[in-house]
Design a protein around this ligand. Structure first.
Ligand code: BG6
Length: 489
């Protein structure tokens, strides 16, 4: 059952992902999808919407009639028990028609204010009384801060146990985010170096070119800190910093990640100014197109104090990472759409070879998350010729080139994980709670102090100057993400 069946997420991601799974034979024929939303639609209209959404996302789509015949529509009032009872009847009928053995997944892809209400109704109105499994998939945001997240968790736990709750962080479904563990734990050359003796700093950037689009109302209350840092950015840091799990099981992996969250040094009070930078985009020109400032976007307060950019320095107080800064940076309306992780190794103790400017370039391991997918290792090698000069060289691995297939979209993987009952790539409540408690300390300071310099970066740039200074004060700089692209290497 997909709550929010007429929404953007369902149309852009969920239906095309279900279709791809269907084509790969992962759904067989005994499945049914009930699309649930407020407006009234016939099954036929709904099925035609599903076909359109698949056609606009998947190049070669056939068997669409057959696929969409599994889709049914229920017009719903989220606060009305009689509406849940009608839904239950429909679900029970489909259960016997498709022989579903009472297995149910409830996917909440809609406004977060209704998450708790829906979960409670599902139980009270008997939709969760099934012979098979019941699972709740819940989209972000999971609360607005720790308090509201606790409240929401309390509500959904009335109806679902922790291991039945699948909290989506779609970054965890990305191919190269999943690859972080493999790169680290399956290679003898990296794991021995993966600590404060050999790594000087780690930089995680997730920049977007798009602005806030039609989401001004949500974004005004969220900002980049809640929208991207609390979940996606901290999750990537946890995967980079965690200890090797004793087994590749959900519990073991999650428990190693939780330890990282617990080791984050809290940044609070005055330290927020020295460790975190916020930005908001001003007007700018990108490819000769003039773009509005954030404050001019629809549903945005013309005096808005909301950040559309965050850069920060995280410190992890444990044996492995003490002294190694993890710099994170994310924002809207930046120069490039790029998610990359740069691991910068320490300089060798003595430089025997001279490169350009009499220095050697540090070794870097770059993990390209998107749009390129791959790994680059930056080394120094001899420059061809008489002299013993060093020159930087790059070893590339690009996912697409090697595997020859398009990597599955994050939602496709996550949906299949949920159907198969694998919660590894979903966030456990402990991770959510700890990440909110880290982020809350920063947002409290930002909400209580107006940023006089807003807007402070023109659209189409890599963020405010203060973000560069954050690294300069430690003797580092942001490796320019666009120069690191695999295509340009
Ligand atoms: C979402 C945020 O979680 O992630 C959006 O709410 C953001 O604001 C998006 O645009 C970025 O995802 P991706 O996969 O395009 O990097």
């Amino acid at each position: 059952m997909i709550f929010g069946a007429t929404g953007d997420l369902a149309n852009r991601k969920l239906y095309p992902s279900l279709y791809r799974l269907y084509k790969k034979g992962k759904l067989a024929e005994n499945f049914a999808v009930i699309g649930i939303a407020r407006r009234s639609l016939t099954n036929e209209d709904f099925q035609s919407n599903v076909r359109k959404s698949v056609q606009s996302a998947v190049e070669c789509s056939n068997d669409l009639e057959q696929f969409s015949s599994h889709f049914y529509y229920h017009s719903h009032d989220v606060t009305d028990s009689s509406s849940y009872l009608a839904l239950k009847n429909l679900a029970n009928n489909l259960d016997s028609h498709y022989k579903l053995e009472g297995n149910r997944i409830f996917y909440l892809a809609m406004a977060p204010e209704f998450f708790g209400t829906i979960a409670v109704h599902l139980k009270e109105d008997g939709l969760t009384d099934v012979a098979g499994y019941k699972r709740l998939v819940i989209e972000k945001p999971f609360g607005h801060d720790l308090e509201s997240a606790k409240e929401l968790n309390k509500q959904i736990r009335q109806a679902f146990s922790e291991d039945e709750i699948y909290r989506i962080d779609h970054y965890l479904g990305k191919e190269m985010v999943q690859n972080i563990e493999v790169i680290r734990f399956a290679n003898a050359i990296f794991e021995p170096l993966w600590n404060n003796r050999y790594i000087s700093n780690i930089q995680v950037t997730s920049s977007e070119v798009l602005g806030v689009e039609e989401r001004g109302r949500y974004y005004e209350k969220s900002g980049a800190l809640r929208d991207m840092v609390q979940n996606h950015m901290l999750q990537m840091v946890a995967l980079l910093a965690m200890e090797p799990p004793i087994k590749l099981t959900t519990d073991e992996i999650r428990s190693e990640k939780v330890k990282v969250f617990r080791a984050f040094r809290p940044i609070e009070g005055e330290e927020v100014k020295t460790h975190f930078v916020r930005g908001q985009y001003a007007q700018g020109t990108v490819n000769a197109e003039s773009l509005p400032a954030y404050r001019e976007e629809t549903m945005v307060d013309p005096q808005s104090n909301t950040e559309t950019f965050v850069a920060g320095k995280l410190l992890i107080d444990n044996f492995r990472w003490a002294g190694v800064p993890f710099y994170i940076r994310t924002g809207k309306r930046m120069k490039a759409k790029s998610t990359k992780i740069v691991i910068q190794f320490k300089d060798i103790p003595m430089n025997l070879y001279y490169g350009k400017d009499q220095t050697l370039n540090p070794n870097l391991l770059v993990i390209h998350i998107q749009p390129d997918e791959g790994i680059t290792l930056h080394l120094n090698a001899k420059k061809a010729g008489q002299q013993l000069d060093a020159t930087p060289v790059k070893l590339n691995y690009a996912n697409k080139g090697i595997d020859g297939i398009n990597t599955p979209e994050a939602y496709e993987k996550l949906l299949l994980d949920c159907i198969s009952g694998d919660a590894t790539n979903f966030t456990h409540w402990d991770e959510v709670a700890l990440s909110w408690s880290f982020v809350d300390k920063i947002s409290q300071v930002w909400e209580n102090t107006k940023e006089d310099n807003f807007p402070n970066y023109p659209a189409g740039t890599m963020g405010p100057k203060a973000a560069d200074e954050l690294l300069e004060q430690d003797g580092y700089f942001w490796w320019p993400v666009t120069d690191l692209d695999i295509e340009k290497c």
